[in-house]
Design a protein around this ligand. Structure first.
Ligand SMILES: Nc1ncnc2c1ncn2[C@@H]1O[C@H](COP(=O)(O)OP(=O)(O)O)[C@@H](O)[C@H]1O
Ligand SMILES: [Mg+2]
Length: 346
């Protein structure tokens, strides 16, 4: 893809703790085109944040990139020095964290934090700083009077918006977002998602958006990466993945989150929980929890198979078993989910 602004190539990240190193990101490859919205989904503990931080070059010990490249605008960032990275980070790409309460400095006003960020990148004139700070706040729908507010004086939704405003200060081409809406209630989540999408349309930046809630990105992302135990389980256009999930893990995730609109009910989409990275199952990492597990799944490690414009790491789709690829589509899965939802409402 020639217009890719981000290419992640065979990226692996290990946490070097006592005993065996735990591989939290295992051989992940993906591409992002300019202006594209890529969703990264999976249960908690699947390596989504680690992947995002590895892309942002923000990992710190005990985490370490053990292999692979992160090529952003033609340059491998894994090999950049901290000084080189500082000139790119915030200017060409920025990061929005899960909790603005942690990411923002509680004892500084929004204006002071924006000013610090701008001065760090060479904007010195006070008038320029004020002008740009007002502009970005207005972009996210916050009245510029709040420049003098401190983070605790803003609501949760406003703080997240202020974080996004800060990420927009230099009009980056890429924004990496780690569950930026997860601290908010469902209504605020939804409105922030709509706003992020509008900003993207208006300003044209690309997004990598990490969330454990697959339904959250269903209407917003162009493509979806489903992660399981550090690996890509499935990757493809969002609509197609929702309409006809291929990997049994994706099918389970869809059943676990039936709808963004209805009441949140637990549907037991997938029994059990993700594996301990230091003691991974043999064969397919998902096989102990898989509804479609076959004997080969505990002995054979599945590759990422290319099927109909998608990538899927499941033996059902290995070349020799193409005939077996008739996983029930999402239509079925979603009908079942809706039934269940109605039943638990009653
Ligand atoms: N500081 C750490 N030290 C050791 N292991 C870690 C650390 N942070 C995360 N991990 C491990 O890496 C895995 C992936 O974590 P994370 O990237 O936070 O997942 P997600 O964002 O999908 O919830 C987890 O299983 C966790 O055990
Ligand atoms: Mg996370």
């Amino acid at each position: 893809m020639s217009d890719a602004i981000l290419e992640v190539r065979e990226l692996s990240v290990e946490y070097l703790t006592r005993g065996e190193p735990a591989q939290a990101v295992a051989d992940v490859s993906l591409e992002l085109a300019a202006g594209e919205f890529l969703g990264v989904v999976g249960e908690s503990g699947c390596g989504k944040s680690t992947l995002l931080f590895a892309i942002a070059q923000l990992l710190s010990p005990p985490a370490e990139i053990s292999r692979g490249e992160v090529v952003f605008k033609g340059q491998n960032m894994v090999q950049m020095t901290e000084k080189q990275l500082r000139s790119v980070r915030w200017k060409d790409y920025s990061v929005v964290m899960q909790s603005a309460m942690n990411a923002l400095n509680p004892v500084k006003s929004i204006a002071a934090q924006f000013a610090d960020a701008m001065r760090a990148h060479g904007t010195r004139a006070k008038a320029d700083i004020t002008k740009r700070s007002r502009e970005v706040l207005e972009l996210v729908g916050i009245d510029p009077v709040h420049l003098s507010s401190f983070p605790h004086q803003l609501s949760g939704g406003m703080r997240q918006r202020a974080m996004i405003a800060m990420a927009l200060l230099f009009s980056p081409e890429l924004i990496l977002m780690d569950e930026p809406t997860s601290a908010l209630d469902v209504v605020a989540q939804r409105s922030l998602m709509v706003q992020i999408k509008e900003l993207q349309r208006e300003l044209g930046f690309a997004i990598v958006f990490v969330t454990h809630d697959m339904s959250l990105v269903s209407h917003f992302s162009d493509r979806l990466v489903v992660m399981y135990a550090g690996q890509v389980a499935e990757l493809g256009p969002t609509r197609e993945v929702f309409d006809a999930p291929m990997h049994p893990y994706t099918v389970g995730l869809l059943e676990a989150f039936p709808s963004i609109y209805g009441p949140r009910v637990h549907l037991d989409g997938i029994p059990g929980s993700p594996p301990d990275l230091a003691a991974l199952p043999s064969g397919c990492r998902f096989h102990p929890r898989c509804a479609r597990c076959a004997p080969a799944c505990s002995t054979t490690v599945p590759e990422l198979y290319a099927v109909a414009g998608r990538e899927v790491r499941c033996l059902l789709y290995s070349a020799g078993r193409k005939g077996a690829a008739a996983v029930p589509g999402a239509a079925g899965a979603r009908e079942r989910a809706v039934d269940d939802e109605t039943r638990s409402d009653a």
